[in-house]
Write a protein that binds this ligand. Structure first.
Ligand SMILES: Cc1ncc(C[n+]2csc(CCOP(=O)(O)OP(=O)(O)O)c2C)c(N)n1
Ligand SMILES: [Mg+2]
Length: 320
């Protein structure tokens, strides 16, 4: 499974998410993207790793920090950038923006910024897979703060009770906006919440893509074989502010903590691994970067040149 080609594809997909996010951050200052953006720089290994093991038919849901999840699932980069620019060629026809990506062509059933909102929808979609006998898995990504919402507990309970094929993925980056988890929850591991609902659950290092692969592989085969849900908590960290293209406002998170996590950068870690195994070298790296940069350039051009959506009559009346 871990062939040289697979590993290089994985590196490409991981780096692609990073470079796309960096370009969004760079261009955001031009003020042509008018919706808020929650960038996932630092957290990319989870999206890249999990996506590489999901089948095309499997279904994904996400929340407000969804660019990596969308791209990982095979979402079209140009359509995503156009969506963030509010253009009619966007994956949500320019009416959703960064936090409402949806693309049925790749079974990305949707991202929504209401914390925990897509969790029960994913569970319902899991139930539909049973009724329709599709054999597909539904994967839902959410942050640590989603485990402070009542509906998450109801959803875990129901998924467990009905043996639904759902992969719950908690990206625990320690923060809900600027509040650390120790000020919001009792001292415990989040994955244990799922255990208490009778759901198989793991916790792992979300900065290490190899660990993401290992836990995901185990979880997906468990779901497919046993027809039961699995919950994975991945420890991770975002490198920029909660929302927007900048580093954190001074003092909002401790420097010591930020430096600790920066050293665990998932891109650098995986690069080091591949270089050490002589799977990657500087020449291949340069080629991958230039291929991604060309794709990004084309996507931004496409977005900028695309038209805004038309306002139809009903909309005009609503605005009147
Ligand atoms: C129900 C609800 N309450 C509050 C908010 C405001 N809000 C937006 S993002 C966010 C923090 C989410 O933290 P987490 O789920 O851990 O994801 P992260 O931003 O860390 O990736 C909050 C409280 C919201 N969108 N929805
Ligand atoms: Mg969080």
């Amino acid at each position: 499974m871990k062939t040289k080609k697979n590993l290089l594809d994985l590196y490409h997909n991981l780096l692609r998410i990073r470079l796309v996010e960096e370009e969004i951050a760079q261009k955001y200052k031009e003020q042509e993207m008018r919706c808020p953006v929650h960038l996932c720089i630092g957290q990319e290994a989870i999206a890249a790793g999990i996506s590489s093991l999901l089948h095309k038919e499997d279904i994904v849901f996400s929340g407000h920090r969804s660019h990596g999840h969308y791209l990982g699932k095979g979402g079209d980069l140009a359509k995503m950038i156009a969506e963030i620019y509010g253009k009619s060629t966007g994956c949500s026809l320019g009416r959703g923006g960064s936090q409402h990506l949806i693309d049925l062509e790749v079974n990305f059933y949707g991202a929504n910024p209401i914390v925990a909102e897509t969790i029960p929808v994913a569970v319902g979609t899991g139930l539909a897979q049973i009724y329709q006998k599709t054999g597909n898995i539904v994967a839902v990504y959410f942050g640590d703060a989603a485990t402070e919402e009542g509906v998450t507990y109801e959803s875990l309970n129901y998924a467990s009770l009905k043996n639904l094929p759902v992969l719950f993925i908690c990206e625990n980056n320690l923060y809900s906006i600027s509040t650390h988890i120790r000020e919001r929850q009792p001292k415990r591991n989040i994955y244990k919440i799922a255990l208490s609902s009778g759901i198989k659950a793991y916790s792992g290092d979300g900065m290490d893509i190899l660990q993401v692969l290992e836990l995901t592989k185990k979880s997906l085969s468990y779901i497919r074989k046993n027809k039961k849900p699995v919950f994975i908590e991945f420890m991770t960290y975002r490198f920029l502010e909660h929302v927007g293209p900048n580093p954190d406002p001074a003092g909002s998170r401790p420097d010591k903590e930020k430096n600790y996590w920066r050293k665990k950068c998932p891109v650098k870690q995986f690069e080091k691994y591949l270089l050490g195994k002589k799977i990657l070298n500087l020449e291949i790296k340069a080629k991958i970067i230039s291929r991604i940069k060309k794709e990004i350039q084309d996507a931004f051009l496409f977005a900028k040149e695309s038209p805004y959506p038309e306002r139809n009559l009903e909309e005009r009346q609503a605005y009147a």
